[in-house]
Design a protein around this ligand. Sequence first.
Ligand code: PNS
Length: 167
Amino acid sequence: MSDKVVIYPGSFDPITNGHLDLIERGARMFEHLVVAVLTNIEKRPLFTVHERVDMLRAVTKGMSNVSVDTFSGLVVEYAKRKKAQALLRGIRAFSDYEYELQMALMNRRLEPTLETVFMMPAESYTYVSSRLVKEVLLHNGSVKNLVPAIVEERMKEKIASRRGANG
Ligand code: PNS
């Protein structure tokens, strides 16, 4: 049987320790895991795609079967190009379930041979999201241990430079 490739798609703006936990779990289950950053994002991101990829690469450096890539358009088309067997998504709490179910079923309708695999992050990360981490840091709260140290550092730099630019 050929090596099993899984795609872990997302915005990763920025990567949190919850994402990282999921990458570690996924990388133990599949021969190759591709973290795929969506480039045609509608929301106004804090980090550019390049910056997000750079942080993802930095924090997954030691993981030999993990790579980081970008994609635009439909994730199922990207997965096909990568010859992936599955998509990986994390479910933290019940509130994630509805959105994830809709996406998984829509993706299955678009590409019936591609499975979506759900994994739960460690329970200590069940409340951690990129959105909340940004909000807390924006208001000078601590995000220590919720994101990798390099991400915390870059978020602080980014927020400081935005404040500088806004006078
Ligand atoms: O981290 P996010 O923002 O929850 O990730 C959402 C993502 C990128 C997985 C989703 O928006 C996506 O796959 N977008 C690509 C376009 C696509 O295929 N849309 C149909 C999915 S049902």
